[in-house]
Write a protein of this length. Structure first.
Length: 179
């Protein structure tokens, strides 16, 4: 048994490790519910919301970059952008540095709706985080960063495995945190 596997087995036997994993799953389910409720408030589907979320986090992006980040075809992202533009939530415009290229950005309407829908949650989360000292926040941040990277890597391995239902994705190796 490799040391990574043995270390993972030892960690899995610890009650707080199991509880933390259960809490992550519960958080994921709540975020999924939030995504659905927000999509309904926006009058959009979850695909369109994912696009708005990416644009909100990353700023203006070219449609081809959006398609790549979201795993859509260029034709698929065009359909999404058409819907978002009709709803007044995104706009396409010529890149000021390369007029041959288009960029997509959220609109003021989206930013205002974001404040209405997510503002109370953000303010409450800030209050919760404010109860932790900087050292605790550093540990929380490192944990979230590592779990996010692990999740992204596992997602990529599943996507690479393709449509073969029998393909088993291998999770990336686990490294001990440097806290």
């Amino acid at each position: 048994m490799s040391s990574d596997v043995a270390g993972a087995a030892d960690a899995a036997s610890r009650p707080l490790v199991r509880e933390t994993l259960a809490r992550l799953r519960a958080l994921s389910a709540e975020i999924d519910r939030l995504d659905q409720a927000a999509a309904e408030r926006y009058g959009l589907n979850r695909t369109d919301m994912r696009c708005l979320d990416l644009l909100g986090r990353e700023g203006p992006l070219a449609p081809t970059d959006l398609a790549r980040h979201l795993g859509y075809t260029t034709g698929g992202i065009t359909t999404v952008l058409d819907r978002l533009e009709r709803a007044g939530l995104a706009r396409r415009y010529a890149d000021p540095h390369d007029r041959r290229r288009l960029l997509v950005a959220v609109t003021d309407t989206t930013r205002e709706r974001d404040r209405q829908v997510f503002g109370p949650l953000i303010r409450a989360a800030i209050a919760v985080l404010g109860a932790f000292d900087d050292a605790d926040l550093g540990v929380i941040g490192a944990f979230l960063e590592q779990v996010s990277a692990l999740t992204a890597a596992h997602t990529e391995s599943l996507l690479r495995a393709g449509k073969d239902a029998g393909a088993a994705a291998q999770p990336p190796p686990v490294q001990a945190p440097e806290c």
